[in-house]
Design a protein around this ligand. Structure first.
Ligand SMILES: [Zn+2]
Length: 364
């Protein structure tokens, strides 16, 4: 199967943070034929392993998250409209008139939309004002609260953007949750390459949970795997839209990224300054395999690696990314080439790592 087909299946799987089953199913089925061992851990992560050839093989964990951001039902109104809180970093500007899927108590998905005050009845001020998510109403077509309950929807049910996927010009695709289904597709591509060219070390390819919720879902898998080296795969902010071209240097379609710095200050106070050996190793491996790579560094971002690096007595971590436009909106845009090159880079890096790979940050 080609990358577009895999990515499409992953994007169309409805999997709000905390309810990752549908995406886990697709990821499990797509990767299982390439790996020696695969299991679902009790938190819902999918852990696949390709065993290394060396006796004293290191454990390398490569991961991408399966969940997507969304909302949580907070109140069902007597008139049948539904109010929500956010689950993850929701861009409130894009919400009115969004198509939605509400997950029922028995795991089905019911369609709905965020309403928007009739344009003809909106004052000029209202037309340019962004409403907070808490004041929006979801319309599922119900006439009253009883209708809503009858469909299996209640307080606490998660809501996501209606899953979608479409191919654009060149090699671009647009869809929901390309953050981080693109990372999962790269894991499948890497597994396909590694099973044809067995690595020296044990490579664990992991689909994680909870990233959009609290960024710590990957920690459970790391505690089970006890990795010596961890590589995180996730979107980075594309720098090639007119509104960000003065801020960032990368562009969609110019290759995966090696991420040199991220930091999230608002209460989280965590981030990543990667192991420099891993940075140099990633760039050298890319160069020697003619894989174009870009560098990325930004404030305001955090990945699961921020927490994984603190496990055991410290884990050597590096984040690798792929540029995505319009992050966290329902129309994220990425390049298929970037995702394929990211999968290729992961396969090359993990197959080159020997048991002697330096794990410390430096030597004296
Ligand atoms: Zn992500």
């Amino acid at each position: 199967m080609n990358t577009v087909d895999i990515l499409k299946m992953l994007c169309l799987a409805p999997a709000p943070s905390g309810y990752e089953k549908e995406c886990a199913k697709v990821f499990y089925n797509e990767i299982k034929d390439y790996v020696d061992d695969i299991y679902l851990d009790k938190m819902g992560s999918v852990i696949a392993c390709i065993k290394g050839t060396e006796q004293n093989a290191l454990n390398i964990m490569v991961y991408a998250h399966m969940d997507s951001l969304g909302f949580i039902v907070r109140k069902i109104r007597d008139d049948g409209y539904i109010n929500v809180d956010r689950l993850g970093g929701i861009p409130e500007k894009v919400l009115p008139c969004c198509r939605l899927f509400i997950r029922t108590k028995d795991g089905r998905f019911v369609p709905g939309v965020f309403g928007n005050k009739a344009h003809h009845a909106s004052s000029p001020e209202e037309k340019y004002k962004v409403e907070p998510v808490t004041s929006l109403n979801i319309d599922i077509g119900a006439c009253c609260a009883e209708d809503v309950y009858r469909l299996g929807i209640d307080v606490g049910c998660p809501v996501i953007y209606e899953p979608s996927f479409m191919e654009l010009a060149d090699d671009k695709v647009c869809g929901t949750a390309l953050d981080d289904r693109g990372g999962l597709a790269a894991l499948v591509i890497a597994a396909d390459k590694l099973h044809r060219n067995r690595p020296k070390c044990n490579v664990f390819l992991v689909g994680t949970v909870w990233e959009e919720f609290n960024i710590r879902g990957a920690v459970f898998a790391a505690r089970a795997i006890k990795p010596d080296i961890a590589l995180g795969l996730d979107v980075i902010l594309a720098g090639d839209t007119p509104d960000l071209s003065d801020k960032y240097q990368n562009s969609v379609g110019s290759g995966p990224t090696v991420n040199l710095y991220n930091f999230h200050g608002r209460g989280t106070l965590n981030g990543m300054i990667p192991n420099e050996n891993l940075v140099k190793f990633a760039e050298k491996t890319a160069h020697e395999n003619n894989i174009p790579v870009q560098r990325f560094a930004s404030l305001g971002i955090i990945t699961e690696s921020a927490y994984i690096q603190m496990e055991q007595n410290g884990i050597s971590c590096l984040d690798l990314g792929f540029p995505a436009r319009y992050t966290h909106s329902p129309v994220e845009v990425v390049s298929i080439k970037d995702i394929e090159a990211l999968g290729g880079l992961v396969a090359e890096m993990t197959s080159r790592i020997t048991p002697e790979f330096p794990l410390g940050r430096y030597e004296l």
